[in-house]
Design a protein around this ligand. Sequence first.
Ligand SMILES: *Cc1c(COP(=O)(O)O)cnc(C)c1O
Length: 366
Amino acid sequence: MNLRNQLNFSGGPGALPETVLQQVQEAIISVPEVGLSVLGISHRSDWFAQVVTETENNMRTLLGLGKNYHVLLLQGGATQQFSMIPMTLLQGKNAPADYLHTGYWSGKSIHEAQKEGKIRILWSGEDTGFTQLPSNETLDFSADAPYLHYVSNETVEGLQFHELLGRDDVPRICDMSSDFLSRPIAADKFALIYAHAQKNIGPAGVTIVVMRDDLLDGIPTDQFAGMFNYRNHINAHSNFNTPPVFAIYVVLLVTRWLLKDIGGLNNMARINQEKAALLYTKLDQSNGFYRGRAASTDRSLMNVAFSLSTKEKEQHFLAEAASAGFSGLAGHRSMGGMRASIYNGLSLSSVEQLVDFMFDFQTRGQ
Ligand SMILES: *Cc1c(COP(=O)(O)O)cnc(C)c1O
């Protein structure tokens, strides 16, 4: 087994582009324009202020964000947002917020929101084993909900919404942790988008929050602990306490890569579609040898979840895949089976190699 060259198909932290990793390697020793290791540069330096500004501006360009949005770089992961959002927006509200229960991660968001205020579970896929998503037109969104919350891509189950949900007169809030910057979105339709970095856009340690500036209007936040108060982070320009300088720097390099090497989110989406199509075609043409998990209309372009006919075959598959250099293909610990996560940083050629391996394994296994 060549451990130096494993391909990373893990659900997260995910693969990063090789050119980014090379720049990171150099920056660990010395950031060229500073002469210090990125691990030891002050968060109060002019250099870091520029890193934050450029990261923000790159996000604005990639997403086409208007001036009425804040871009925040926070800590605590997506999990902290599961609490911060309802804590902030449900206080003093009688009407419940609408939540969709479409899989493992939206389940976690619901669990946390219930501790903070009233929510209504508008739809749940629990009875059908989270194998499909509802369509926007079949959902009865409430007009007086403080907000609607959903997860755009259910990482564990491999389900992804391919349409915008909800009503324009109710703030839309979306956890995009596992498909952020993987495709163009109508960002101006959202009141708040959040995504941690470690699936698609960087290492763990930083979470991006894109917030429309009217979302906090009329909402008192003085009573919150400092770290849980969005206004503190807005006022401090994401430098309220020591931020994760390293993680933010890597996210900056990834946004530069998206803009300059890839050429924007339309191109990124095209590449991601091509990668996913290779894998799903392989599943569909395997005569049932490989079984895709998600309903075909709701398939994720980021996480391809599938199974084989028996647990023994699956173990055999995973063992052979690991020794052939394909890392991280085991499904989430809550679900088993297999999952190929094909985030932005994983190349088309890596997916081609996996598909070749799968074809070979099937041929030998029958
Ligand atoms: C991985 C994941 C999370 C958990 O994020 P943390 O940063 O570990 O808190 C939340 N939501 C989605 C959609 C995820 O894929």
